[in-house]
Design a protein around this ligand. Structure first.
Ligand SMILES: [Zn+2]
Length: 133
């Protein structure tokens, strides 16, 4: 009964749900741009909305304003390959993200970014290491 109430509330407040969803996207990468690693300030539609791209987690990645603006309506993977900061591990992460495999995407991003900070609790696995010290 309570669960149904919660769903109903969310339906009444789509703006609240959208805000939570956007926050969760940024949290996946520790608030860093999936393309260049700078602080993410926006959500980029990998397949642009103008080409029928949906606002789903699989199609939306955290991006800095510079990457988001520069990429514009281009295919993200083609655009990314031409960038100076191109990193094949990040390209693989983007691909995994698009396929909905966020776990793999985040692992690849961690590999590409040595000081990667993960804010999402589901992915905090190294805590026990600090406890043992
Ligand atoms: Zn960027």
């Amino acid at each position: 009964m309570h669960i149904n109430d919660a769903v109903f509330l969310e339906d009444l407040c789509p703006k609240f749900r959208l805000r939570q969803w956007r926050k969760s996207i940024h949290r996946f990468t520790g608030k860093s741009c999936i393309y260049c690693g700078k602080p993410s300030e926006s959500i980029d539609h990998v397949l642009p909305r103008s080409q029928g791209g949906l606002s789903t987690t699989e199609n939306c990645v955290p991006a800095c304003l510079s990457c988001n603006g520069d990429k514009s309506d281009e295919n993200a993977l083609y655009w990314y390959r031409r960038q100076k900061f191109y990193d094949p591990r990040r390209a693989m992460a983007i691909r995994a993200w698009l396929e909905g495999d966020l776990r793999l995407a985040i692992r690849l991003l961690q590999w590409a970014t040595p000081n990667f900070k993960v804010n999402n609790k589901n992915y905090e696995k190294n805590k026990s290491k600090y406890k043992a010290a």
